[in-house]
Design a protein around this ligand. Structure first.
Ligand code: FAD
Length: 405
């Protein structure tokens, strides 16, 4: 009996530990890398320094089908999952596109495609999803509020019921691309906290038409993600028709957790791409720059940190892949998605930091790209989920330690 039980568990383990690439995934990754030859690192350096939206990339990615990877085929997408989306985000970031290239894929595939096609009404799916897949409209995600901060349950943006829909009032902060968005997926309160059935009830997700009068924005110039600026978003008597509510009213927290898991898998993927690119630049430089008559990369003080960065990126890649695989299988993946985001964010930051050290003074010159990777890699240690909140999650939800807040 014992032997049979062992056999069964080993068989299960070997299925689980199958790391063969799916053929479609390899084809997809190669197609993305070929596509990125049209948008080399110089392109991304320029849009970063000009703080300009990468319009050409956005349009071409839409035409190429890159924005619709997770969007169902019936709405013009490729009908693939987060495993493939993750590979694509790693590849665009890893070819030198860095954070903005990855973010543009994430916002369509996750905030737009995945969420709208899973929870949207027929009208929402038909009106917006095919246009998202083609890169014709831009979607923002409005979650963070100035007062609530990382405490989602303190969200105050209020949606009040009227005939045929909701009137929304409130303020959001840091909303990337809100100034040019066509639609905004917003987290709003539909039932006041004191009247909600539970701690997690009373929130809803809604699709806001961002071109209406009551939607106003003001830019927040910042350190990271320069081609895709963030904004304060003011919502003043904004109209949301009933059919633009995602899923059921008051159950937004359930949908939000799925969205946030997919977002974390995405930011992990983008971080890994950023780290890969920074490391590649460091290795190239370490192999060719000669000081004291030998390549600097022959010094162990240069090569060991790069070896360490490589290992940490590979570990993060493994966890990201597991989280994406669980997500696609419809299984619980919050722990893995959080772990992926945390480890990948740190690995990318360390790789970029070591790349600067390896390049010496040139690490600070824009033309070598690593300062751009360094600035952008820092973001994912703070946003969308700060490291402290991942550690809080693991400590209290996984290890079941008492809550401190
Ligand atoms: C460039 C950029 C783009 C962004 N884009 C978007 C976007 O498109 N949409 C959107 O909705 N948001 C966006 N954000 C916002 C981002 O998600 C938040 O900044 C992030 O979640 C942190 O929230 P906060 O700034 O309110 O921090 P705060 O809530 O003020 O927290 C500040 C610090 O305190 C820590 N802290 C708070 N409570 C605890 C606790 N109990 N235990 C331990 N530590 C704690 C936090 O971890 C953090 O380090 C963006 C931010 C940036 C910088």
């Amino acid at each position: 009996m014992v032997a049979a039980a062992n056999l069964i568990s080993w068989a299960a383990l070997s299925v689980f530990m199958d790391f063969d690439e799916r053929e479609e995934a390899a084809i997809l990754e190669k197609a993305v890398r070929d596509f990125m030859q049209r948008f080399p690192p110089e392109y991304w350096r320029r849009v970063d320094s000009e703080r300009r939206f990468p319009e050409e990339f956005w349009r071409a990615a839409g035409q190429q089908g890159l924005l619709g990877i997770t969007i169902p085929e019936e709405y013009g997408g490729a009908g693939m999952g987060m495993v493939e989306a993750s590979l694509a985000m790693m590849a665009v970031a890893g070819c030198g596109g860095g954070l903005p290239a990855g973010d543009l894929l994430m916002r369509t595939m996750v905030f737009g495609g995945l969420v709208l096609s899973r929870f949207g009404s027929k009208k929402v799916r038909e009106e917006y999803v095919p246009r998202l897949a083609r890169g014709e409209i831009i979607c923002s995600f409005a979650h963070t509020e100035p007062r609530a901060g990382v405490n989602t349950f303190d969200i105050e943006t209020r949606a009040e019921r009227r005939d045929g829909g909701y009137v929304v009032n409130g303020q959001k902060i840091w909303i990337t691309l809100a100034h040019m968005a066509d639609i905004i997926v917003a987290v709003v309160r539909t039932t006041p906290r004191e009247k909600a059935a539970s701690r997690t009830a009373g929130l809803s997700l809604m699709v806001i038409d961002a071109k209406q009068q009551g939607v106003k924005t003001s830019r927040i110039p910042g350190m990271a993600l320069r081609p895709l600026p963030s904004n304060v978003l003011y919502l003043e008597d904004v109209w949301v028709p009933e059919e633009n509510v995602l899923g059921e009213v008051d159950r937004g927290w359930e949908y939000l957790t799925q969205l946030l898991n997919a977002e974390r898998i995405s930011t992990a993927s983008i971080s890994i791409g950023v780290g890969d690119y920074a490391l590649q630049k460091a290795v190239e430089h370490a192999s060719t720059r000669v000081v004291f008559g030998r390549p600097i990369g022959s010094n162990q003080s240069i090569q060991f940190p790069l070896a360490e960065a490589k290992m940490e990126l590979e570990l993060a890649r493994l966890m990201t892949r597991k989280a994406a695989w669980l997500f696609d299988a419809g299984r619980e993946c919050a722990f893995e998605a959080n772990m992926a985001a945390f480890t990948a964010g740190r690995a990318a930051y360390k790789a970029a930091d070591r790349a600067i050290q390896t390049l010496g003074g040139m690490g600070f010159a824009e033309e070598y790209d690593v300062e751009r990777m360094f600035r952008d890699s820092r973001l994912f240690r703070t946003a969308p989920v700060p490291e402290e909140m991942v550690l809080n999650y693991v400590a209290t939800r996984v290890l079941r330690l008492p809550r401190s807040f």
